[in-house]
Design a protein around this ligand. Structure first.
Ligand SMILES: *Cc1c(COP(=O)(O)O)cnc(C)c1O
Length: 220
């Protein structure tokens, strides 16, 4: 048996605190989003029992299947962190506390309608495709400023920040720095970046949320 989820969480929190202090930042300003995609509900229950209360899932259907039944007995925040199809917008608004992947005007349209219909407004982040990778979701860098302004006008204070997933094979630093700078310019307080392999670098570059999966729940 490998290390327990509780052990892993403790270790990640230690590493977050160390990275924050090294960067002259307050560890309390960084939120750990535990990415439980592909993992069973038992893994989520272990994490909840260890005090983890913020979770990320890529797919709306999987998130709903895993987390809907936990609401009655547990307090947690559920983030959608995977690219979102417009036809899933309503389900996402219904089940998610945070949608981190608002990335195009048509999705903004769909979310606006879904928010009105559901009478519920999740917290929103805009995903930027900082590496201009064709297979990835995210608004293009060049379109980010106007899209951020558009979403601020549409969603007001529900829009809190920016998110990115840099290219796998590149130094993430320039991507992280660009995202943190762009969020600051727009007065957005939340910067979601960094995963198991690079969350400490992301913290050095200004991340306020780090999304960590395999380092907590094991390889997928
Ligand atoms: C899977 C995933 C993560 C977590 O990745 P790990 O390498 O397992 O930490 C973070 N963010 C997004 C968008 C993901 O899809």
């Amino acid at each position: 048996m490998t290390d327990s989820i509780a052990d892993n969480l403790r270790r990640i929190h230690d590493r977050i605190a160390e990275a924050a202090l090294k960067a002259g930042r307050n560890p309390g300003d960084i939120t750990l989003v535990a990415v439980s995609k592909t993992k069973p509900v038992e893994a989520v229950l272990d994490a909840l029992a260890a005090g983890q209360s913020v979770f990320g899932e890529n797919r709306v259907q999987e998130a709903d299947a895993k987390f809907a039944g936990l609401r009655a007995a547990h307090d947690f925040s559920l983030h959608i962190i995977g690219g979102l199809q417009t036809n899933k917008a309503r389900d996402a608004v219904r089940i998610a506390d945070v949608i981190e992947t608002l990335d195009r005007p048509r999705l903004a349209d769909a979310l606006e309608i879904a928010i009105a219909r559901e009478g519920r407004t999740p917290t929103l982040l805009i995903e930027v495709n900082t590496g201009a990778e064709p297979q990835k979701s995210g608004i293009a860098r060049d379109d980010a400023d106007s899209f951020i302004a558009d979403c601020k006008a549409r969603f007001g204070t529900a829009l809190v920040g920016l998110m990115c997933v840099p290219p796998h094979d590149e130094d993430p630093r320039p991507h992280f720095t660009w995202l943190a700078d762009r969020a600051a310019r727009h007065g957005l307080s939340t910067v979601s970046m960094g995963m198991s392999a690079d969350f400490e670098i992301a913290i050095a570059c200004g991340a306020t949320w780090v999304r960590v999966g395999s380092a907590i729940f094991g390889a997928r």
